[in-house]
Design a protein. Structure first.
Length: 218
């Protein structure tokens, strides 16, 4: 099987502007993956299937990457005033400062490919959304690998990624009226569940705690 570096080079030679990146895997397995640019993802997937014979999609799943606070140490130069022998002098002083920034989160779809024809694999490919809120669209790979159909529906249901071009994108596990995505990192379980005739004791206790907190805040 070709290395991910060789596959990346083959893709970029065949599809101008594809912009494939290698996502390193530091584990002992060293199974690095390829991050695809969404506008080119379908073309790249078709190339992988037709030219490199990755004819079988075994698994697709989702990942939620929340916003992350990153602390960076920087060397910053300031103008300072010092008094030397009774005379004020201005000089530059370099100090180390820690500054924090927020790295925006995203949702990710991960696909594992095999070549049945060549008995090779897996090859892992990824796509990432622009954010986790209002830009959560990714192109569906179901037109390339039919086995992605139900798995993309599951990702849509549990993570909220909207797969454009999917032939039948609707919830798979949760009921149609459900408003949230249970595999999101910030998902909060409801106090009660409409499908339970009698709530469990733990659910009732949680509901009572929430009600007490609401009353205390009024």
């Amino acid at each position: 099987m070709k290395t991910v570096e060789e596959i990346k080079s083959a893709i970029e030679a065949a599809i101008s502007g594809a912009g494939v990146e290698i996502v390193p895997n530091p584990s002992p397995s060293g199974q690095h993956s390829l991050l695809l640019t969404p506008p080119y993802a379908v073309a790249v997937a078709k190339f992988l299937r037709d030219e490199l014979f990755f004819d079988y999609l075994s698994n697709a799943t989702g990942v939620d990457w929340p916003d992350k606070e990153i602390a960076e140490k920087l060397q910053v130069t300031h103008q300072v005033t010092k008094t030397v022998d009774g005379v004020e002098q201005t000089a530059e002083e370099t100090v180390e400062e820690t500054r924090k920034r927020i790295e925006p989160g995203c949702l990710e779809a991960v696909y594992h490919l095999f070549s049945v024809a060549l008995k090779q694999g897996p090859l892992t490919i990824r796509m990432r959304t622009a954010n986790r809120t209002d830009q959560v669209e990714l192109p569906s790979l179901t037109p390339i690998w039919r086995s992605a159909e139900f798995q993309e529906r599951e990702i849509f249901d549990l993570f909220g990624i909207i797969f454009t071009g999917h032939p039948d994108l609707r919830r798979l596990l949760m009921w149609p009226e459900f408003k949230d995505h249970p595999m999101r990192r910030d998902y909060v379980e409801p106090d009660d569940f409409e499908y339970e005739p009698t709530a469990h004791d733990a659910v009732l206790a949680r509901a009572a705690a929430h009600q007490s907190a609401k009353e205390a805040g009024q």
